[in-house]
Design a protein around this ligand. Structure first.
Ligand SMILES: Nc1ncnc2c1ncn2[C@@H]1O[C@H](COP(=O)(O)OP(=O)(O)OP(=O)(O)O)[C@@H](O)[C@H]1O
Ligand SMILES: [Mg+2]
Length: 182
């Protein structure tokens, strides 16, 4: 859909020029780490970010130190799906599809049913939690089979008034937004 592409491009260009990122990211992760969603979850799924996305790598490290079961997706292009593998060290990550760091072969697959919280990546979000991702539909397909908690962390620039919602779009349950939280 053209409209989605336009919004994606605009937001990504805004994010590239974003200043004071480290400070804002720390504040957002602090909100997340203090949330009941995090505190009460043993198994958490999270993607390794790539600039200009909000960075997740330090947070992944903290979660491992916190003794959480951290699972990271591996993209399977033949089935167009994501498989989650547990990592207990950042050394278990290796560049995969699109250069995104993903778990290597020495990591165990974890069932979707076992995941209590998924930190969902995305480019643009409405305050209702509807999102525009990176265009693969990977998270839309995933969330259609998932019953647990979902959340996203976003810079102010990523919050938009409206996005074209399609039948397959499933909103993220909780948003942690720069300067504001739902
Ligand atoms: N539940 C689903 N079942 C089958 N196809 C789907 C589903 N969800 C999305 N798709 C397909 O995936 C493609 C991309 O979807 P969309 O534009 O919503 O991606 P996105 O939300 O930006 O990506 P992502 O979810 O990976 O972040 C579309 O062609 C869409 O029809
Ligand atoms: Mg979508």
């Amino acid at each position: 859909m053209e409209e989605k592409k336009k919004i994606r491009k605009l937001i990504l260009s805004k994010l590239k020029g974003k200043v004071n990122r480290d400070c804002i990211e720390s504040e957002l992760w602090e909100l997340f780490f203090n949330s009941s969603m995090y505190v009460e979850s043993e198994t958490i799924a999270i993607t390794v970010s790539k600039f200009p996305e909000l960075s997740t790598i330090n947070a992944i490290h903290s979660m491992i130190e916190d003794q959480k079961k951290v699972v990271v997706p591996k993209t399977c292009l033949s089935t167009n799906s994501l498989a989650f593998h547990q990592i207990s060290s950042l050394n278990q990550l290796t560049p995969g599809v699109m250069g995104i760091l993903e778990p290597n072969k020495n990591s165990d697959v974890v069932d979707l049913e076992e995941i209590e919280t998924i930190v969902v990546p995305g480019v643009a979000f409405t305050k209702e939690g509807y999102r525009i991702g990176f265009g693969g539909g990977f998270y839309d397909r995933l969330l259609s089979n998932y019953q647990g908690n979902t959340c996203s962390l976003l810079f102010q620039e990523q919050l938009v008034e409206s996005i074209p919602v399609e039948d397959h779009d499933i909103p993220v349950r909780e948003l942690f937004i720069e300067n504001k939280t739902r």
